[in-house]
Every structure is written in C-alpha cells, then in structure tokens.
Design a binder for this molecule. Sequence first.
Ligand SMILES: [Zn+2]
Length: 431
Amino acid sequence: MAEDPVSAILEDVSAARLRADVDRLVGFGTRHSLSAVDDAARGVGAARRSLRGEFEAIAAESGRCGAAALRVALEAHAVPPGPRVPQPAEIVNVVCEIPGADAAFAGRRHYAVAHYDSRASDAMDAASDAPGANDDGSGTAALLELARVLAPRRFDATIVLLAVAGEEQGLLGSRAHAAAARVAGLDVAMVLGADMIGDPSGPSGERTDDRVRVFSEGLSRALDERAFRAAAAMGAGCDGPSRQLARYVADVARRESTDVQPILVFRNDRFLRGGDHTAFVEQGFAGVRLTELHEHYDRQHQDVRIEGGRPYGDCAEHVDATFLAGVTRLMAATLVHAVRAPAAPPNARIVATGLAYDTTLRWDRVRGAGIAGYEVVRRATTAPDWEHVHDVGDVNEVTLPFTKDDWLFGVRAHGTCGYRSPVAFPAVARQ
Ligand SMILES: [Zn+2]
C-alpha cells in the first residue's frame, strides 16, 4: 500500500475541529489540577474523562485493532505535598499511543506533549474560572487533532500523544512520566512540547500568523560533569540532542513548505517560565517547546475580569483556529518525517588519533531494512544551522577534506522512502 504523502496528511488537519476542542476544554470552567474530580461538568476530572473519551472515539474510528490498536489510558501519579500542592494529590495524565507497525522500530517513541490543566491569577486557586483556552487548551486540542489525522495511517515507529496535568503546579505530570520513561529505559526519540500555540497576536496589536518559536537547549543539562566539560572544551555547546531536534523541525518545515515556519530560539524556554518539554530534557531526552511569537500577559494566568477598562483572561475568543491548525500541521509533519525515517545513527564519532588536515567520521549502521545511506552535514562553528550536506552512501566511515578544527559535523541516516533521521552529533574518539 502506497504511503500518503505528508501533504495529504497535513490537509486533513481541521481548524474547525481544533476550534471545537478548544471551546469544549474552556467549557469545563476550570481545569486546575486541584479542582473537582467528581463533578460531571466542571473541573479537572471532567476534563480528563472527556479527553480520554475523545481519544477512545478516535481509536474506534481508526479501524485499528489488536496489537495495532491505539492505547488510550489515564495515567495517575501520586504527588507528595510541595510548593504548589498543599496536600498529597493525584495528578492524572491522559495518554494516547499510536503503536508503530514494525516490531523493530515500535520501541522508538516520538512524543507530542501539552498540558490540559489551567490556572487563574493565584496558582492555588482551584475554584475560580480558569478557561486556559490558549494555555494550554491550544496544545491539548492539537494532540486530539494529531490523533485524528495520524491514527488512520500506518507508521513504523510509535507516536505518543501525552496530555499532562500538574504543569501549572510545577511540571508534575510531565516530570512523573519522563522519570518513569527513563527508569523503564524507554527509547524516547523526540518530544515536541506544544504550549500556547493558538494566539498569534500581541499586546500592541502586532500579529504574526506564519511563525512559531521553537525553543531548545544547547547542551544537555543531563550530562555528567566530565561530559559537560569535554563538550564545552570542543565547542559543542550548541549541539545537544534538543538543539538537533530544533534544527530537525526547521528542516522538515522547509522541505514541506509549511504555512507556519519555525523561528528557532537558542534557549530552553522563556525567562521565568517553564514547560513540559523541560521534564524530558532534564532526563536527557531531546525536547523542544513550540510557542507563538508574541505573548499577551493579560491573557496568561489571569482571572477573567475587566480592570481599568482592560479585559483579562485566557479566553476562547483569543485562540485563532487557523493559526492553531498551522502549528498543528508543523507538528504533524515533524512527527511523520521522524516515524518514517530511520533512527539517528548510533555512536557517531570524530576519530582524533593524530593531527590531520582532514576529518574522519565513524558511526554504527542503523539497524533494520530500508536504509538508503548516510549524509554528513557540516557548518561553520559560528553558523546556527547546518550549511552543507555530503551524501556519503551506505557506509559507516568517511574522511572528508575539511579540517575538524574549523567545522562542525553531524551525521544522519536517510531511508529508501526519502525521509531523514535527526542529526547525530559526534563525540570525539580514538577509534
Ligand atoms: Zn502552559
């Protein structure tokens, strides 16, 4: 069966359904993580049951069954008292896994993450209205829409759509999930955090409908001190796995000419703010954050009110479904490329045994069928993104006539179907 081109998948993304999802989430009044769990219509419990129901309906409509069936679950984590949790609490994530069809690749997990909890002005106020239309009803709606357009298709590797709670109380749901993934040794290949991707307008009337910021950490904070020092000494501070993922998003966006193009921000997140991608970054996984260009602080973490003639609150009318659909398409394109591509080549290294004018790179071959070959990418040490591509064929070693003193290198695999892996940044090795 021929694969759908990425463009056909992106065309399926519906602004109208995203609009309806955001409105439904707002309809729960508040989704504060400590709000009512038993109320049928209001609070975090009603919201998560609704999300589970939506994912289950999508699973049923997808026609998948048996081992290929979508796995939808509520994932509860007991949380001890903390700065924003006065008493022991239960934080419940909603997970929808689209299992990979190829046993050799199904272990590779590609995440989209958003938080479905919301907050009012006071982070502890679980009673007041907290519509959370944009923060992060927009990201949560994107997860549902991704499920709708991806579930009917078959991919080799696994996609995980993770709607977490407890973000506003301190990344509680995502930290619990990411830590468990690390303990279980899961192969988390990438994490796209979507948090505030629905409002293209800013506080002074400015508006950008065709760009989204992609935040990424430069050097992994999870490295031990020795690895950190070695990377810093070799000028590898801009080449951690999250930064490679950010460049991957940009590469896919260029190849697919998505309506919304990323602006890479070389920083893990904004000042004084957090996001769920960080929970995965802390565990050493590759994670980025997608957020609209302009922020409107009157619409974030604010009680809904009029004060001094100005409206406050994260209300549904500020979410632009067309823009949200554009960002959702960028996420879908990135996920589809990644799950159709081979994994990044393992054990990539620059061989440095003696002084040399050229550069020798080695890597381990990617397991499995469908590998067309490998590409070495290269850029100046001051360049933000890869500038040159060398198609080196189906080999696991190459020597290029450029000095490693002046260039940065990476290696990626490309599949027979034309999709490329993220770039593996080489370590320095003796062999
Ligand atoms: Zn948020």
